[in-house]
Design a protein around this ligand. Sequence first.
Ligand SMILES: NC(=O)c1ccc[n+]([C@@H]2O[C@H](COP(=O)([O-])OP(=O)(O)OC[C@H]3O[C@@H](n4cnc5c(N)ncnc54)[C@H](OP(=O)(O)O)[C@@H]3O)[C@@H](O)[C@H]2O)c1
Length: 294
Amino acid sequence: MQILDGTAVSAHIKSQIKEEAASLSAKTGKKPHLAAVLVGNNPASESYVGSKVRTCEELGFDSTLLRFDGDITEQQLLAEIQKLNDNEAVDGILVQLPLPGHISPDMVINNIDPAKDVDGFHPITQGKMLLGQRSFLPATPYGILLMLEHYNIDTTGMNCVVIGRSNIVGTPMTVLLGRNGTPGNATVTMCHSKTKDLKEHTLRADLIVAAIGRSFFLKADMVKDGAIVIDVGINRIDDATKKSGSRLVGDVDFDNVAPKCSYITPVPKGVGPMTICGLMKNTLEAFKLRNNIH
Ligand SMILES: NC(=O)c1ccc[n+]([C@@H]2O[C@H](COP(=O)([O-])OP(=O)(O)OC[C@H]3O[C@@H](n4cnc5c(N)ncnc54)[C@H](OP(=O)(O)O)[C@@H]3O)[C@@H](O)[C@H]2O)c1
């Protein structure tokens, strides 16, 4: 069993991004610029946005963090997004989800300029991805593809099962694993909460992506020997042995599943850092497209 080490792979990819960004900045006199929007004070969102902004600094990108109170209206937030769309200095816009209940995430995402949609959530971005056209890829599935590529894992002809069908992880992951490309060319089954006999599907899988949001959901008896398991889940559970009283775990019962696997991602330090890589690669791509660099 080999651990797919998100920290090590992301360090490698980030060093490549940093080098390319430095050379493009020397040529253009500009730096890629990511604007992050944070609404309210959800501690998990604070932490995710904080690490994205720190990564921008690490890579020599410019970044702007816009914070708004949780009671900002949808109209006010849309006006702020429009300002970022119109701001020539901004290449990429990310709105950290979830948003407070009175704000429609669809409405906000739909109002981001697709040319700056570095999270890859806009309908135009996802439509292009579905049609196999050049587009930003949703950051988490993109990060997973980068991880598979790094370890030379060829998904051609594999039976893959994606558990979860969200617009940001499960659905795009299903499309990308099944596309005519590399990684891709797999036969993909997308499972969800209404799937009958889930275990029947997972037991046939050469590769499983678990994106459910339920701690320890995927058990050892649901996985065949030698399978590759990608754990997207981030769940906080109580742990009295930790100073904070809690710790992060994935959707996979790692201790029991790992011994059966050929490869597996841990949580933390698996998919999480790769998602940031996907975001940063998209931001660099947005910068290049907006500056006519091919
Ligand atoms: N590591 C990262 O960078 C990263 C990035 C994004 C998300 N995440 C984490 O990944 C997890 C999933 O995120 P998400 O945004 O995709 O979540 P989501 O929108 O809540 O979607 C969860 C999916 O799981 C399915 N599901 C729930 N219970 C199930 C069951 N018993 N059997 C089979 N399927 C079931 C749901 O099915 P229905 O559609 O039928 O309801 C849904 O499609 C979360 O823990 C999230 O925090 C991590």
